[in-house]
Design a protein around this ligand. Sequence first.
Ligand SMILES: Cc1cc2nc3c(=O)[nH]c(=O)nc-3n(C[C@H](O)[C@H](O)[C@H](O)COP(=O)(O)O)c2cc1C
Length: 349
Amino acid sequence: METALTRLVGVRHPLVQTGMGWVSGPRLVSASADAGALGILASATMTLDRLRDAVREVKSRTDQPFGVNLRADAQDAGDRVRILIDEGVRVASFALAPSPELIAELKAAGVVVIPSVGARRHAEKVAAWGADAVIVQGGEGGGHTGEVATTVLLPQVVDAVRIPVVAAGGFHDGRGLVAALAYGAAGVAMGTRFLLTSDSTVPDAVKARYLAATVRDVAVTRAVDGLPHRMLRTELVEALEHAGRTRALLQAVRRAAGFRELSGLTWRQLVRDGLAMKHGKDLTWSQVLLAANTPMLLRAAMVDGRTDLGVMAAGQVAGVIDDLPSCAELVERIMKEAEEVRERLSASP
Ligand SMILES: Cc1cc2nc3c(=O)[nH]c(=O)nc-3n(C[C@H](O)[C@H](O)[C@H](O)COP(=O)(O)O)c2cc1C
């Protein structure tokens, strides 16, 4: 199926596997790319050396185009961009709006720039700055998310910008793809659905928690890092939501100490990163520490399999997913269903 997205990045299907911290590693990305989707490597949780190695590993596993997700507000965003350019990565994806300078540098080197946005004004801004396309995530999507549902946000953004718009938040099947195309999108981007594949390296115990979840078990909370974050509602989330300020701060310091050891960051850097995530919001000190510490909480689940200690970011769609296909099976199934739906629609009176 050819769309503005497939033409822009050179993939076979208008499907994107999004960058998810600790989840979208070389194995998942290369499996998605081989299946004909745009796989995006998550780099915010990688050191610079690990990023370069991971990019090379994807290149050794597939000759298909792929992307890398970056945090535009990272101190070393410029160094990361240069790795992408040196290594000939096809697409740069951003969790927050990249600066016009970063966009210009990437485009001059022939890298396609696709920021993720959660509001119309952000889409307008990055389009004006030269982004090649946008991924627009509705509130039902996993991870940090907004309030407006995909069904309202997507047509709003499609009407506002002239660049290709990729729909995210709540997609998992061929019906959803056709619905997104009907709204004017050039494809769909999926996080949770690709996390729940046999190619994803997330430990089985964690996948089992996602599979068992109903739509009511997926909630948005600010208790972890002060920002609206969609995740599985676990004992940890309940505890953080009900902890008083002092207990929350103690817990945050304990977790931050663990993250500091793992990441090699100084306390000063940790607090600076936490403050950078504030976005001008009124955060408590425990939230500032937890904000800097969020990658550690995600890692505890996604790498170490600690369903008791970790944060399991998830879209609402986790509540309707109950299997673990390979990426190839998933992509084939979605595209087959999309074709059937299109035929049925055009055949109906
Ligand atoms: C476990 C998990 C980790 C995520 N980490 C990131 C990230 O590091 N950077 C980012 O831009 N988006 C991140 N997201 C958001 C996804 O890239 C994607 O936009 C979202 O999952 C789409 O909604 P869906 O889950 O309904 O498909 C994450 C989502 C999940 C579920």
